[in-house]
Design a protein around this ligand. Structure first.
Ligand SMILES: [Zn+2]
Length: 397
């Protein structure tokens, strides 16, 4: 490496957020990258287009079929329990970050939400902390201390733009003082769930990001910016979310306790999306009627695709032992719920924006340098980010 590499995963960064902020004059640094000062690709994220599977793909360079993390939850039919997948024991490969730290590189990871910290830091020596728990860091656990003093910000609310700003400001401070060889910054999509591209709230967020990226650029880092997934409006003209309550439909068709709907978007922080996304898993107690059930789900208005386990594992590069008998994807403007009475939508103070489907698969992949040997007809993936920054970005004197 001729200089440090910073890979930034901007949570929920539909490409239009960047182009709209640039058009509004709010993001001059990103504007320079788009105008030829860097290299820009549109890449595909992994399915489901959720946060954890994609963050893990970016730091491992492989799809969920290989690394094993395909959502926040999976259902263990043996125990009948929904198991949270935020523990490193569910990770089936090592990370690029861990490999670099083992080879003696100075590595740093800063994530907005603490739910990702242990997975991202799995097997890694170096600095690893979340802005959510920035007041609880210790040298022993996080490889750094006094983070609040260094950053000069209080611990942000978990539902705020400041949670992501803290990640960027801390990243700049680390680059100034510790100068890690490799740094991974991962934000949260609180703003993207609330605000459409080009709105003042969104442009302010990208302006904040732009200032900090420009600073990292001045400090001489190669910067790769990508996203874990896009983000789309999932509501009708009346502002009400377009929801298919799939558990209610299955219960009505099959009787109670014949099918179980799992929403892998569910996590402890559901206020801003009500646990509603465009991807669901269905577990069936008996498989004999599966094709008919799949057909019936596919006929519901707003459903895009219903696949059996093997087909879904192959098409979406998913671990077949951690998905349902059926994998269901809804269309761009529609989300899938379990039962109506299990979703608390009282926290949705603006019309629903969410993700999870193939409609949120297109994400930006930008680097602040030229690219020496762009592979011909390459399907760029967000998990090419480290390869792009380390191996394909042009070296300069
Ligand atoms: Zn996300």
């Amino acid at each position: 490496m001729d200089r440090p590499l910073v890979v930034v995963c901007v949570d929920g960064c539909q490409f239009e957020y960047i182009t709209a902020a640039v058009a509004a004059g709010a993001a001059p640094f990103l504007g320079r990258l788009l105008a030829g000062g860097g290299t820009c690709f549109i890449a595909d994220c992994v399915m489901p287009s959720f946060t954890n599977p994609n963050n893990l793909s970016i730091v491992t360079g492989v799809p969920p079929a290989v690394h094993g993390i395909c959502g926040n939850y999976f259902f263990d039919p043996e125990s009948g329990e929904e198991v949270m997948m935020n523990d490193p024991r569910f990770l089936r490969v090592g990370t690029i970050l861990a490999a670099f730290s083992a080879a003696g590189a100075k590595v740093a990871v800063i994530t907005a939400k603490d739910k990702l910290r242990k997975l991202l830091g799995s097997g890694m020596k170096g600095i690893c902390f979340s802005s959510e728990r920035a007041d609880q860091v210790t040298l022993a656990e996080n490889g750094i201390d006094d983070v609040l003093d260094r950053v000069g910000m209080p611990v942000p609310s978990v539902y705020s733009a400041a949670l992501s700003e803290f990640v960027f400001v801390a990243g700049v401070k680390l680059m100034e003082r510790e100068r890690p060889d490799l740094m991974y910054l991962s934000t949260t999509d609180y703003i993207q769930h609330k605000a459409a591209p080009g709105t003042p709230l969104a442009n302010d967020f990208y302006a904040m990001m732009d200032r900090n990226l420009a600073r990292l650029d001045t400090l001489g880092a190669t910067i790769v910016v990508t996203a874990d997934h896009g983000m789309n409006a999932k509501h009708g003209a009346d502002g009400q979310p377009n929801v298919i309550y799939l558990q209610d439909s299955l219960d009505a068709w099959l009787g109670l306790q014949r099918a179980r709907v799992i929403l892998p978007i569910t996590d402890p922080y559901v206020v801003h999306h009500g646990a509603l996304g465009s991807f669901a898993l269905v577990y069936l107690t008996a498989l004999d009627g599966q094709p008919q059930i799949a057909e019936r789900i596919a006929a519901l208005p707003g459903i895009e695709t219903v696949l059996g386990r093997a087909e879904a594992a192959a098409r979406f590069e998913l671990p077949s032992d951690r998905i349902g008998d059926l994998v269901v994807v809804s269309r761009l403007d529609t989300v899938i719920g379990t039962s109506r009475d299990r979703h608390d939508l009282s926290g949705l103070d603006v019309p629903l924006r969410s993700h999870g489907g193939t409609s949120e698969q297109k994400v930006p992949l930008l680097v602040n340098r030229g690219v020496t040997q762009p592979p011909a007809a390459h399907r760029w993936r967000n998990f090419d980010a480290f390869d792009l920054g380390l191996n394909l970005a042009a070296r300069t004197a």
